[in-house]
Design a protein around this ligand. Structure first.
Ligand code: NAD
Length: 248
């Protein structure tokens, strides 16, 4: 088994790459522009006895995605496990719609899933085995978090595609699931008033704390493993019980 994790130089993607490598799976770490961070993840995996390599590509661009999969195959072999993690958040609401920011979110959050899944599917079909996990967000389920009005539908589309791809690829033995994280402490959401935000978000979760990238990595590791061999088309919420309909 060979895994490819998109946007894996930092945050949740990096934790997923480290976790899969720890489970003995060679991992291709895709990154957009932080080569140094990607190489440090490769080094960390190597030091722990695992195998990894870093490959640059903008996953929102179909040509770059095809090159990414070709280079990955040349380095490690065809991809069996795909984790569509790359994502961006531009805050906004109905009064502050920015079409440029919206296009950027659709390109990274949605187009990336389409391009990478299409690039991975032929080999997975040939092997009659493939495991795909898309990283969504509880924003897709209708949380009240301010400023996520335009981000939410990009992730809702990812969940819709998760089910459609599961339907199309299931007969070929390919499982497609999604993980919907709650508030996870990463650079994406790490604002200046960190302490206050952490306190507020921890109080919203039934488990009384914010999530860590490793909390998400554990769920992904399960979904791509044989333990989840009869699970497909599912959205696994990993939010410590924060989802607004529980906490408000
Ligand atoms: P992050 O900003 O730390 O990581 C996102 C990574 O994606 C970065 O390394 C970035 O360079 C990469 N990326 C962005 N555009 C790319 C592109 N076009 N091609 C390749 N890589 C690209 O954020 P994170 O919190 O680790 O987020 C990871 C995923 O989890 C995202 O899809 C995000 O939407 C989702 N998510 C995060 C949270 C949270 O609270 N942190 C909650 C729900 C969902």
């Amino acid at each position: 088994m060979i895994a490819l994790v998109t946007g894996a130089s930092r945050g949740i993607g990096r934790a997923i790459a480290l976790r899969l490598a720890c489970d003995g799976i060679p991992v291709v770490i895709n990154y957009l522009n932080n080569q140094k961070a990607a190489e440090s993840a490769v080094e960390e995996i190597g030091n722990a006895g695992g195998r990894a390599c870093a490959i640059q590509a903008d996953t929102g661009d179909p040509d770059q995605v095809n090159q990414l999969f070709q280079q990955a195959e040349n380095r490690f072999g065809p991809i069996d496990i795909l984790v569509n993690n790359a994502g961006i958040l531009h805050r906004g609401n109905i009064d502050s719609y920015d079409p440029v920011a919206m296009s950027a979110m659709l390109k990274t959050n949605l187009d990336s899933v389409i391009h990478c899944t299409r690039a991975a599917a032929p080999n997975m079909r040939k092997n009659r085995d493939g495991r795909i996990v898309n990283i969504s967000s509880i924003a897709a389920h209708g949380t009240a978090a301010a400023g996520t009005t335009w981000y939410a539908p990009t992730k809702a589309a990812v969940e819709s595609l998760t089910r459609r791809f599961a339907l199309e690829l299931g007969p070929a033995g390919i499982r497609v699931n999604a993980v919907a994280p709650g508030f996870i402490l990463t650079d994406m959401v790490d604002p200046a008033n960190r302490e206050e935000v952490v306190k507020t978000m921890a109080a919203k979760a039934v488990l009384g704390r914010c999530g860590t990238p490793e909390d998400i990595a554990g769920a992904v590791a399960f979904l791509v493993s044989d333990q989840a061999r009869f699970i497909t088309g599912q959205i696994l919420t990993v939010d410590g019980g924060r989802t607004d309909f529980l906490s408000h």
